[in-house]
Design a protein around this ligand. Structure first.
Ligand code: GLN
Length: 274
C-alpha cells in the first residue's frame, strides 16, 4: 500500500480495496483526523508512529515513540534464529533478548518457534532500559497471546546480565538488535529516524558499545554450543569478527540484508575454546 492508502485505510477503518470499490465519504471527524495525520507526516514523523501499528513477520504490533520501529532487516535475524532452533534437541529453548524495544524479536520468536520448530517452542527473557518500551512490549505480547512465554524486565542490560550470572542462569540462545549507530552519526540520520528514541540507536563512539558487552557477558551466560545472534551496523563486520575470534565463540557466520550488506552475525559459544 502507498502511504496515502495506509493513512486512508486507517482513518476509514477499511481495507485497501474498499477505497476503490465504494466511494467512501469522509465525515468531518475523519477529515480532521486525516489532516492531522498528514501534517504529522509532512513534519517528518514516521508513518508507523502516525498510524500506530506495523507488521513484523506477519505479526501485528503497536508502535509509537516509546520504541524503535521494527525494520525488515530484523526479520532476517529472527529467521536465522528460528532456522538454528530447528536443529536443537531440547524444548522449550531458553532465549535471552537484549534491548527488546517494541518486543518484536521476542514476540516473533515466542509465536513462531512453537508453530514451526518445537511443540513447546521457546521461553524468552527480555530486557530494555526504557520503561515505555517495556510497557509497549508487554501490550504487544498480550495482543499476540504470548505474554505467558516472555518475561519482560526493565533495566540496563549490563546490570541485568550481571544479575543473571550471579543467579547462575544460562541460555540456549542470546539474541539482540542493539543500538549500533555511532554517536557522532546520530544527527545525520534521516528526519524520520530522528523521531525514534536515541537510546535505541546510539551505540557509543564506534557504534559497538553494546556488541562488546553482549559478546563478553554472552560467553558467560550461554550454555555450551548456545547461539549468539546479533544485528550489526554497516561496516562493523571486521571488528565483530575480531572481537569473536578473541573469545570463546566458534562457527562465526555473517548474513547479508536485502541490500547485500552484512547485517547479522551468528556464532556458537564453545566451552572448549573458552
Ligand atoms: N537499523 C536502524 C537504522 O538504520 C538502526 C537500528 C539499531 O541501531 N539497532 O536506523
Amino acid at each position: 500500500m502507498t502511504e496515502q492508502e495506509l493513512i486512508l485505510t486507517e482513518v476509514l477503518n477499511c481495507n485497501r480495496i474498499d477505497l476503490y470499490l465504494g466511494s467512501p465519504s469522509l465525515t468531518k471527524e475523519n477529515k480532521e483526523r486525516l489532516m492531522w495525520m498528514q501534517q504529522r507526516r509532512m513534519s517528518g514523523e514516521p508513518l508507523q508512529y502516525i498510524i500506530g501499528h506495523c507488521d513484523f513477520m506477519g505479526i501485528p504490533l503497536n508502535v509509537d515513540e516509546r520504541a524503535l520501529i521494527p525494520r525488515p532487516e530484523t526479520e532476517i535475524l529472527v529467521e536465522c534464529v528460528l532456522e538454528k532452533m530447528k536443529a536443537a534437541s531440547k524444548s522449550p529453548l531458553n532465549i535471552l533478548d537484549l534491548g527488546t524495544g517494541s518486543g518484536n524479536v521476542a514476540i516473533a520468536l515466542a509465536s513462531l518457534a512453537s508453530l514451526a520448530v518445537h511443540q513447546k517452542g521457546c521461553f524468552v527473557t527480555s530486557v530494555d532500559i526504557s520503561p515505555g518500551a517495556i510497557t509497549l512490549a508487554k501490550e504487544n505480547a498480550q495482543r499476540n497471546n504470548v505474554a505467558d512465554r516472555i518475561q519482560f524486565v526493565c533495566g540496563d542490560m549490563q546490570s541485568f546480565m550481571r544479575q543473571l550470572m550471579s543467579e547462575g542462569k544460562s541460555f540456549d540462545g542470546i539474541v539482540s538488535n542493539p543500538p549500533y549507530i555511532k554517536t557522532a552519526d546520530l544527527s545525520f540520520l534521516p528526519k524520520d529516524v530522528q523521531h525514534e528514541p536515541h537510546t535505541a540507536l546510539d551505540g557509543g563512539k564506534d557504534g559497538l558499545f553494546y556488541h562488546r558487552l553482549i559478546v563478553e557477558y554472552g560467553a558467560r551466560l550461554l550454555r555450551d554450543q548456545g547461539l549468539l545472534a546479533l544485528e550489526i551496523g554497516d561496516g562493523q563486520r571486521v571488528d565483530l569478527a575480531q572481537m569473536l575470534s578473541q573469545t570463546s565463540y566458534q562457527q562465526v557466520q555473517f548474513i547479508k540484508d536485502y541490500r547485500g550488506t552484512d547485517r547479522i552475525i551468528l556464532a556458537t559459544h564453545s566451552l572448549e575454546k573458552g
